[in-house]
Design a protein around this ligand. Structure first.
Ligand SMILES: [Zn+2]
Length: 385
């Protein structure tokens, strides 16, 4: 058996309503903390769902600062302001309460406010120095898995992003509470849920770091996600389906944090970066076309996953692998989200720029089971057009 490393968040609470007990969970683990920073975005603040977790922190004896200035794809200036806020208010516990952007900003506050290290010196892999503040993550979408990954993405220019990857970014505690996700519109539920499925599929075929733990988690993630995605889209108040989606996205996050994602994400990033298409939808748009491209090199693994996502599939390994692609297309079609680049406003004349930008994602492309040339990327975008 291949030697491997596996890292993850040490403690998980998965229960509808758990966010209302946030203060209790924090106080049990960190009895000395007194000044909490709840990191969220203006949209989630407006739902009113911040009130109960904030009140529970106060009840546990903490002074609570609700910081709601996070923007999607957080620009560097937003991160720096949040870190300054934490330093100015001597924050001693950071809680991400939101989607991937809020949780990513929470990670950076926890590592930078505690140590004094400048953000510019933290970019890259393994460059975080010093101790971080206690960090708790509470996702409000079932998709990114950011509550359980060791990476934070920052927008550094008009279309450029940089990542901070370090073991210190793993939180101390993650809380999965589906009551926070009940208000998500069907299209957001669909796109974020398909993103989570992509995390599981790409982890399962990750070229260098695929391992028995990530395989186990990817398979269980796909079981939960494929059984519950359409239920959660069709009836947003289905609490059991929502909780299963959160847990599926969490497992997928654990998988891809250790066996990284590949060409689907590499080709999705330029769609988000240039055209501001949300991350989940960007992935969903290119997913079937990348999977089909990979069939010659990943048929055995795709056939194994087809047994989960398309259990009725029969026949040869190739036929069952193809059934996985068809099943993923079918799921996207059933939810009603956009399925072509044209639908999100991309023109045929944009495909060359997309292909050029995708080739810059060398870290992700290197994880793909099949090498992707610039001509391959262009052809995949043309198929998705
Ligand atoms: Zn993703």
């Amino acid at each position: 058996m291949t030697a491997f490393n596996f890292s993850t968040v040490p403690h998980l609470v998965s229960a509808p309503g758990a966010a209302a007990d946030l203060g209790q969970h924090v106080a049990t683990r960190f009895p000395a903390v007194r000044r909490a920073m709840l990191v969220t975005d203006p949209g989630f603040l407006k739902t009113g769902l911040v009130a109960a977790p904030a009140a529970s922190l106060e009840k546990a004896g903490m002074l609570v600062h609700v910081y709601s200035d996070v923007q999607a794809d957080p620009p560097e200036a937003v991160v720096l302001r949040a870190v300054d806020f934490a330093r100015d208010h001597a924050i001693d516990v950071v809680i991400g309460l939101g989607g991937g952007s809020s949780m990513d900003v929470a990670k950076l506050i926890a590592v930078l406010a505690g140590s004094g290290q400048p953000l510019a010196e933290a970019y890259g892999i393994g460059n975080v120095k010093g101790e971080r503040l206690p960090l708790v993550q509470v996702p409000t979408t079932a998709g990114t898995g950011s509550e359980v990954t060791n990476i934070a993405i920052v927008t550094t220019g008009e279309t450029t992003k940089m990542g901070v990857v370090a073991p210190q970014l793993y939180a101390d505690l993650a809380i999965l509470d589906a009551e926070l996700t009940l208000g998500l519109p069907p299209m957001v539920t669909a796109a974020t849920g398909i993103d989570a499925m992509v995390h599981a599929i790409e982890a399962y075929t990750s070229k260098h770091k695929k391992n028995p733990m990530s395989d186990l988690l990817a398979r269980q993630a796909l079981t939960l996600l494929s059984n519950n995605l359409l239920l959660a889209c069709e009836n947003g108040s289905n609490l059991a389906a929502r909780q299963a989606m959160l847990l599926g996205a969490y497992f997928a996050g654990q998988a891809f944090s250790n066996a990284p994602v590949a060409a689907v994400h590499a080709l999705a990033y330029p769609i988000g970066g240039i055209f501001h298409v949300p991350h989940g939808l960007s992935n969903s748009l290119v997913l079937p076309h990348v999977l089909r491209f990979n069939l010659t090199h990943a048929a055995a693994h795709y056939a194994e996953l087809a047994a989960i996502v398309a259990p009725q599939a029969q026949g040869s390994e190739e036929a069952r692998a193809e059934a996985l692609v068809v099943a993923m297309q079918h799921i996207a079609g059933r939810t009603g989200i956009d399925t072509t680049l044209r639908q999100v406003g991309i023109k045929e004349s944009d495909l060359d720029r997309l292909a050029d930008d995708a080739m810059l994602q060398t870290r992700l492309l290197g994880n793909n089971p099949r090498d992707v040339s610039r001509a391959d990327a262009r052809a995949i975008y043309a198929a998705a057009f």
